[in-house]
Design a protein. Structure first.
Length: 137
């Protein structure tokens, strides 16, 4: 089942020079393709839309501040079961609980600065593609 997913390499990943590493892990999966990719700094309005489900939670404000603290890489990946697949490459939200071999498990220590966002369902993917690449929605 071919799908598309919206991925963000968060500001910590860009600052630490891990863009190539993370994009490479996605690109190397058989038959997956990157179909859009852009470096950009996110403003509050975009982050409010993107993290609408978390508005009001205790971690929301520091999360938005972190996500606006430097450029991110936004990309669309397409291919077989890519939504579940990129979530598996990323590992669980808490990098300390993430297995070595996953992106968060290999490079992260802090829950907030966990390097990557990836859509968690087909509905989220379509909603997030509209936010970041409206021309491709
Ligand atoms: P994402 O949306 O970024 O792919 O991550 P996720 O599904 O694994 O995690 P989610 O629950 O959607 O949370 C979104 C992002 O908020 C930060 N966070 N901080 N307790 C905390 O301090 C906390 N909990 C979540 C993380 O950056 C997480 O990825
Ligand atoms: Mg999430």
């Amino acid at each position: 089942m071919s799908q598309r997913t919206l991925v963000l390499i968060k500001p910590d990943g860009v600052r630490r020079g891990l863009v190539g590493e993370i994009v490479g892990r996605i690109e190397r999966k058989a038959d997956w393709r990157i179909t859009a990719l852009e470096l950009r700094t996110l403003d509050r309005a975009v982050l409010e839309q993107h993290y609408a489900e978390h508005v009001g939670k205790p971690f929301y404000e520091p999360l938005v501040e972190f996500m606006a603290s430097g450029p991110v890489v936004a990309l669309i990946a397409e291919g077989e079961r890519v939504i579940e697949g990129v979530r598996a490459l990323a590992g669980p939200t808490d990098p300390i609980a993430a297995a070595p071999g996953s992106i968060r498990g290999d490079f992260g220590t802090v829950v907030r600065e966990n390097l990557i966002h990836a859509s968690d369902s087909e509905e989220s993917a379509e909603r997030e593609v509209k936010i970041f690449f409206p021309g491709l929605a």
